[in-house]
Design a protein around this ligand. Sequence first.
Ligand SMILES: [Zn+2]
Length: 139
Amino acid sequence: MAVQRKQVPIDGRLFKLPSSPSEKAHLIGSRCRSCGETFFPKRSYCANCTSPDMEEVALSTRGKLETFTISRATPPGSLIQAPYGLGYVRLPEGCIVQTVLSECDPQKLEIDMDMELVIEKIREDEEGNDVMAFKFKPV
Ligand SMILES: [Zn+2]
């Protein structure tokens, strides 16, 4: 019998993989119950009003490209190869996600364009599971 390969998130605090085909992967943020600010990654107290009354929320999978840069050097030990895009995507909740972009051609990226969350396999772990990471791609 073939061993079932699993998908595992590279960091389970950042995003959640779908547990069934009808679900979509999403980033995990936190919303302040006192002032309503939303943050990514999730945090235990509010950076706006310092309240510790935070709830975990599933963030939108689409947002707008706030700004971006193209990295032409691969950082030591990195799993991504240069050139690659790095950007800030603003979600409808108001929080900004610092993310790798699927696109590294600056001609194809534009400030304020619609971006969508994608989950991609970046490597395999020792047990043969697919290790998944998130990035954003132009819609
Ligand atoms: Zn707050």
